[in-house]
Design a protein around this ligand. Structure first.
Ligand code: VG1
Ligand code: CO
Length: 544
């Protein structure tokens, strides 16, 4: 089989963000754009000759074509074997699971996650390391450096691999195995959770669930696990057919985008439990009748009740949360007498803590929860954990949430996103805030006293690597916080994220409407950051 070196020149801007390289499909479709990035990944790695690479994606538009390119380039670059999901499909947590289980050298995940898909929408590529997790910054920086000086890539001349059926074949010297994308992941879930108890709950007749797969990758996983293995009624999984454009929707599991689920659960005879997942299956939204569970609360509640699941019966070694995630998890960690780590945004920062067994459960306010079972956040895992907890406690979602607040107090929490803001204006706003941080401590803002203000920096406790400029935090003396950062996953302009939280210990005050409970702090944030003047926006684009 002929292996060729093809001359190429660098593209500007192939810099991985919070979670891999994300661009418009039209950008990825430029001749050599994919090839340059894939070769740069390989160029940044050492010692993969003869080793196994895992490849799969969320099934969005352009997935299949890019998989064929990766397979041919992996063969030309000397990988020994590639495991690729049937149909080119692997959810992000399933890819992590397969990398770990089959002791692969690493994996390439094709996804732009919660970003819309289709010819005029987004595509993405991400490299995961041997532990199954997203490459840490030192690897993504090395990849970026290679993209800036690349002069050639290697590829074999060969016919496309048939991805539609499970089988083994070869591409030159490299073995290719088209694998069932669900089997390994489903087996792992069965090890972690009490499937008998969940089956009992689902069969009880008084319980019902609705899982919104949002026409994204989790449809087949949810049907297999929830309906086939656990006996949820047929049709419990809605929008279960993965579509290349996610049915024109925005595969982001929140109250805005998962509106059909929200409507169903709002009906008097609607399901008792609702959940949704995103484009690549790593996010989750949890709802009960009359109750939306914020991701930050979900993390805290999972941590407090994880021992209900057999895989966590021995307890947790620690909890980790991203910096903007609410402090609800910290209160649980205190009560359990275990550490709570605060990391920058992005799952890659949890990998070392999980590998070192310093943390067992991790979460982000952006609808991400997971544990040491893989090295990615995991949407279905969170759903199964909730079902396991519901089965064990024999309580409703609302009762569990309220009980949790009774014990720990409530962290009112909300995120306001200003999408598509002019990039220079957004950078200017952040510079303005950074300049302010040194001057705010002890000052009063709208009646709240500033306890601290800084630009968050993180030193990894395992390898000592330092990440700076991770977001501006302003903490108040009553435990309230406002946080500002710019998104690292968008593909158009800048997205400003404002995160607001307020702690309320008094159970008599746990029933306020969230935006009302946070109104003072939202106003302080707007004034301090000069959001209106600097962005020209009167209101956020999305509130979660
Ligand atoms: C967002 C979230 C972050 C998450 C990331 C990837 O990043 O805020 O918490 O890890 O998306 O999620 P940013 O930089 O846009 O705020 V997903 O489901 O891509 O894998
Ligand atoms: Co995702």
């Amino acid at each position: 089989m002929n292996s060729r070196c093809v001359e190429t020149t660098p593209f500007a801007g192939q810099k991985p963000g919070t979670s891999g390289l994300r661009k418009k499909v039209s950008v990825f479709k430029q001749p050599n754009y994919v090839e340059n990035f894939v070769q740069s990944i390989f160029n940044a790695l050492e010692g993969y000759g003869g080793q196994t690479l895992v490849v799969g994606g969320d099934g969005r538009y352009f997935n299949r074509e890019v998989i064929q390119i990766i397979l041919k380039m992996a063969a030309a670059n000397g990988f020994g074997r590639v495991l690729v999901g049937q149909g080119g499909i692997l959810s992000t947590p399933a890819a992590s699971c397969v990398i770990r289980k089959h002791k692969a050298f690493g994996g390439i995940v094709l996804s732009a996650s919660h970003n819309p898909g289709g010819p005029s929408e987004d595509f993405g590529l991400k490299y995961n390391i041997t532990n199954g997790g997203p490459a840490p910054e030192k690897v993504t920086e090395a990849i970026f450096a290679h993209t800036q000086k690349i002069s050639e890539y290697r590829i074999v001349d060969a016919a496309d691999i048939d991805l539609e059926r499970v089988h083994a074949t070869r591409l030159g010297d490299m073995a290719v195995e088209v694998i069932d994308p669900i089997a390994d992941y489903a087996a792992l879930m069965q090890e972690l959770f009490d499937f008998d108890a969940i089956r009992g709950l689902l069969a009880s007749g008084s319980f019902s669930l609705c899982f919104d797969a949002m026409h994204a990758v989790t449809g087949p996983y949810a049907r297999k696990i929830l309906e086939d293995m656990l006996g949820a009624a047929g049709g419990s999984v809605i929008h279960g057919e993965p579509l290349e454009d996610f049915g024109g929707g925005h595969p982001d599991p929140n109250l805005v985008h998962a509106h059909e689920l929200v409507e169903r659960i709002g009906k008097p005879d609607g399901p008792l439990f609702g959940a949704a997942s995103d484009g690549d299956g790593d996010r989750n939204m949890i709802m009960g009748r009359g109750r939306f569970v914020t991701p930050s609360d979900s993390l805290a509640i999972i941590a407090a009740n994880a021992t209900a699941a057999p895989g966590y019966a021995g307890g947790l070694s620690g909890i980790a949360r991203s910096m903007p995630t609410s402090l609800a998890a910290d209160r649980v960690a205190d009560a359990l007498n275990i550490p709570c780590f605060e990391t920058p945004t992005g799952w890659k920062f949890f990998g070392n803590l999980l590998d070192a067994e310093m943390a067992t459960v991790c979460g982000e306010e952006s609808f991400g929860t997971g544990s040491n079972h893989v090295r990615e956040k995991d949407g279905l895992w969170a759903v199964l954990m909730w079902l396991n907890i519901l089965a064990a406690k024999k309580m409703t979602v609302d009762e569990i949430v309220r009980g949790h607040w009774q014990t720990y107090g409530r962290n009112y929490y909300s995120r306001h996103d200003y999408e598509g803001v002019d990039s220079a204006a957004a950078e200017g706003l952040m510079d303005h805030l950074r300049a302010l941080t040194g001057t705010l401590e002890g000052k009063s803002l709208g009646g709240y006293t500033v306890a601290f203000a800084d630009d968050f920096a993180y030193t990894d406790p395992v390898d000592g690597s330092v990440s700076t400029k991770q977001g501006v935090r302003i903490g108040f003396s009553d435990g309230s916080r406002i946080v500002f950062r710019l998104s690292g996953t968008g593909t158009e302009g800048a997205t400003l994220r404002l995160y607001v939280e307020r702690y309320e210990p008094d159970p008599a005050r746990h029933d306020l409407e969230t935006q009302e409970a946070l109104a003072d702090l939202i106003a302080i944030a707007g004034d301090t950051a000069e959001i209106r003047a600097r962005t020209g926006r009167d209101a956020p684009t999305v509130i979660t």
